[in-house]
Design a protein around this ligand. Structure first.
Ligand code: UDP
Length: 331
């Protein structure tokens, strides 16, 4: 029998795509989410859903027992970088302390495999491009540090207990389920592609371009945008790899190894929508690196990962379709 996977934060953006990817691949799934930023409707009706906190160890023990959980995919957490600077203790609680509690529940419940949502923010402002996994991790904000602390906990716990883990370090996640079942629904999201499709649908007047004097070909920031569908697929492969080789851990970048500038992203939105977005050139945002591109050779070597939506226009098309649908859902 296939083990059941517990997805924390399964009602959130990336977690809800992972739930669909697991279900589509035939894995039994259960979700725990406190619904602080997630949405109950983002989880399919036929998936066991528990509303609550990952640090509620009685609840997590009950779920592990009731659902026969054999692996955990851990997405629950806080993700807003400027907020982490204003309120670091929230991040050390939600991302570090609560992860510690969840990992303890996993060990106590004899869960053998743990997959963790990490981030390129653990690298800070790297001096190399593309960024490989052995680039020194020097976060420049509490968000990145709170995620890095959890990577370290997993490394130490996996050495001491019968559990292996995979930490996936995401670059810039964007897009939505190609079938329109879920997408980025976070209220007040600050991510470029989300903001640009909101503008394309008239939900905002313009798009600010933060910085035009970066050391990049057109002067605007360059990022490695990864389609959330491909990212979710990587998690399913991570699960399979952890089960196949129980002694092996993985720490892997998740990106396509290609970069697009802010202006190139806005051009793609213009192309897809046949509009001309109103662009306002503004000053740099604090803490933004010029360019952040993954060296993805390790994940390509480790997993049979075949990205399907590495095309920027495709990412924008799906993000736009979801943004339209979200308008209907939210009324
Ligand atoms: N950006 C921008 N305008 C916006 C939002 C973002 O110019 O309204 C830029 C930002 O400075 C960076 C890139 O777009 O160069 C991606 O930013 P985002 O916030 O999406 O992700 P980050 O790379 O900060 O995690």
């Amino acid at each position: 029998d296939r083990l059941t996977v517990l997805v924390t934060g399964g009602a959130g953006y990336i977690g809800s795509h992972a739930v669909l990817a697991l279900r589509d691949a035939g894995w039994p799934v259960a979700v725990v989410d406190n619904l602080v930023t997630g949405f109950r409707w983002a989880v399919p009706e036929d998936v066991a859903f528990y509303e609550g906190d990952i640090a509620d160890s009685a609840l997590v023990a009950k779920i592990i027992e009731e659902q026969n959980i054999g692996a955990i995919m851990h997405f629950a957490g806080s993700v807003v970088v400027p907020e982490s600077v204003e309120n670091p203790l929230k991040y050390y609680d939600n991302n570090s302390a609560k992860s510690r509690s969840l990992i303890e529940s996993a060990v106590n419940g004899d869960v053998k495999h743990f997959i963790f949502s990490s981030t390129a923010a653990t690298y800070g402002i790297p001096d190399v491009s593309p960024v490989s996994e052995d680039t020194p991790q020097k976060p420049i904000n509490p968000y990145g540090m709170s995620k890095l602390m959890t990577e370290h906990m997993l490394r130490d716990v996996s050495a001491a207990h019968d559990m292996n883990f995979c930490a996936l370090r995401y670059f810039n996640v964007a897009g939505a389920d190609p079938e329109g079942r879920t997408g980025q629904s976070t209220v007040g999201a600050t991510h470029l592609i989300k903001i640009a499709v909101e503008a394309a649908l008239g939900k905002r007047e313009s798009v600010a371009v933060f910085g035009t004097d970066y050391d990049t070909p057109d002067g605007t920031g360059v990022r490695d945008y990864i389609h959330v569908f491909d990212l979710a697929a990587a998690h399913v492969l991570a699960l399979e790899a952890l089960i196949d080789e129980p002694q092996q851990n993985h720490l892997l970048n998740c990106g396509y190894g290609q970069g697009f500038s802010v202006l190139e992203v806005l051009d793609a939105v213009d192309r897809v929508t046949n509009l001309k977005l109103n662009r306002i050139m503004e000053a740099r945002r604090a803490g933004d690196p010029d360019s952040l591109i993954s060296d993805n050779s390790a994940i390509m070597r480790s997993f049979p990962w075949q990205p399907k939506y590495a095309d920027l226009d495709q990412i924008v098309t799906h993000a736009l379709a979801w943004e339209r649908k979200l308008g209907e859902i939210q009324g």
